[in-house]
Design a binder for this molecule. Structure first.
Ligand code: GLC
Length: 446
């Protein structure tokens, strides 16, 4: 796709389709060959949004295969391990999901979740089928969807304020976003990591890391931070992935802005789905849905005129702007005045208005690094969410510009995992599924 002549939309679409076909395992779409061979929760939702333009059965299968991994308490794990197609039993052995009695018997999963994009994907598929088919599609998925949303509130909203608490940065989907990194560095380190640090042995971690085997190390977490992420995972595993037990002792808990914005939108979709199939959502869930919308406003910082994530224990906001800053547009519940303030940031060249927008961290942040993942690069999934939000707030010109810029960036550089917001240069994994799927969707939005 990177010839000197500009590729047409249909050429770009065809190239994207080839990638989806290549990454299709027969059951789900892997995010990228080699680096991400398993099934990821929000990746599959984005993949389904692309597949719906190519094959509805495949889009539906993508979603159904996600539900294989659902725990009996409703939790949707962020990863389902595919040990059939790949010899990666090592990965599932690390997670040991079966330590938790609610984990499924027949499939190995992780023990944490990811942004609740499921309702969005279900509705996007629903929009492409007849009314009759839509009803039966919604009826099919509804029980699992309700159970997942109930799990979020039952297990991850201990103050019953409607804001979901995350226990690992991987749950945010924006793995090494600055607020999480700062939280990480404020934590006491386990003794064994202190020892590794003192003996300068952290380089040994690179022998065990898959990401830096396939992607230049400068684009990912450094070895010490990667070890700290691993240590948090081990701590959660020691508590058998039991949220209540984990929360009793941990200080590493965040009311994550991006996650809660996605939840606000997902709740709206859930209400719509229930309406179409004439179901009444449980009363407690309806109350929680209302509370999430209301209390998202508590994440607003009047001084900075922005929303931020918040540390759950101290209730202090984590004042590092990131791409999450713009996601209240996608949530759709904030006032038009506040939405306009966010759009200002999108226009500002020193903040989010770079040549290849939208950077995952604003250009004027001390964390900004054009190629380090979630600390600067532009991602197609967050662009997709922002475009969707801009449209619903009536910022049609901005939405259309960003749609075209995104398609062009992918057309010029290929379906990479992320791109430099300064010159569009591609980085991360190549042939990345959500880049392909969402580009197909953006092309079809014309
Ligand atoms: C990276 C991303 C995460 C994604 C996963 C698989 O870890 O940060 O959001 O789900 O890759 O693509």
């Amino acid at each position: 796709m990177s010839n000197s002549t500009k590729p047409t939309d249909s050429q770009i679409s065809k190239a994207c389709q080839d990638i989806l076909n290549k990454n299709w395992t027969g059951q789900y779409t892997m995010p990228a060959d080699k680096l991400y061979p398993h099934q990821w929760l929000w990746d599959s939702c984005f993949a389904a949004i692309g597949w719906r333009h190519i094959s509805i059965p495949r889009a539906q299968q993508e979603i159904r295969s996600l539900l294989r991994g659902q725990w009996s308490n409703g939790m949707l794990p962020h990863m389902i391990f595919d040990n059939k197609h790949h010899n990666f039993t090592k990965d599932s052995n690390i997670w040991q999901s079966k330590r938790n009695p609610y984990a499924p018997d027949d499939v190995a999963t992780s023990g944490i979740t990811q942004p609740p994009m499921l309702a969005e994907a279900v509705v996007q598929i629903g929009q492409k089928i007849s009314q009759l088919e839509r009803r039966s599609w919604y009826q099919d998925i509804y029980p699992a969807l309700v159970k997942y949303h109930q799990w979020l509130y039952q297990e991850r909203d201990p103050h019953q304020c409607g804001l979901i608490v995350l226990l690992h940065p991987w749950e945010s989907g924006l793995d090494n976003s600055p607020p999480w990194i700062e939280q990480l560095h404020n934590q006491a380190k386990p003794w064994w990591i202190k020892l590794i640090e003192r003996l300068k042995l952290d380089y040994l971690a690179s022998f065990f890391r898959r990401d830096t085997h396939y992607v230049p190390p400068g684009q990912r977490l450094n070895n010490l931070d990667a070890l700290l992420y691993h240590a948090i995972m081990l701590r959660l595993r020691r508590k058998n992935w039991d949220s209540a037990q984990i929360m009793q002792r941990s200080h590493f808990m965040v009311e994550d802005l991006a996650f809660n914005c996605v939840l606000v939108r997902a709740n709206q979709h859930l209400l719509d789905i229930a309406k179409v199939i004439a179901h009444q959502l449980p009363e407690d869930l309806l109350e929680n849905i209302q509370r999430t919308e209301e209390n998202l406003e508590k994440l607003w910082d009047a001084y900075y005129s922005q929303y931020f994530s918040r540390n759950f224990i101290s209730q202090k906001s984590l004042k590092q702007p990131t791409i999450a800053t713009l996601l209240p547009l996608y949530a759709g519940s904030v006032t038009p005045e506040r939405a306009s303030e966010l759009v200002e940031l999108l226009h500002n060249k020193q903040v989010f208005g770079t040549k290849y927008p939208v950077p995952s961290v604003p250009k004027n942040s001390k964390y900004f690094n054009q190629h380090r993942y979630w600390q600067g690069p532009t991602w197609v999934n967050t662009n997709w969410l922002i475009i969707d939000g801009l449209k619903r707030y009536g910022f049609n010109k901005e939405a259309e510009n960003l749609r075209q810029q995104t398609i062009q960036m992918v057309g010029e550089n290929g379906c990479f995992e992320y791109f430099s917001p300064l010159d569009g240069s591609p980085a991360g994994a190549e042939n990345f599924s959500w880049t392909a799927a969402l580009t197909i969707d953006l092309i079809n939005q014309k």
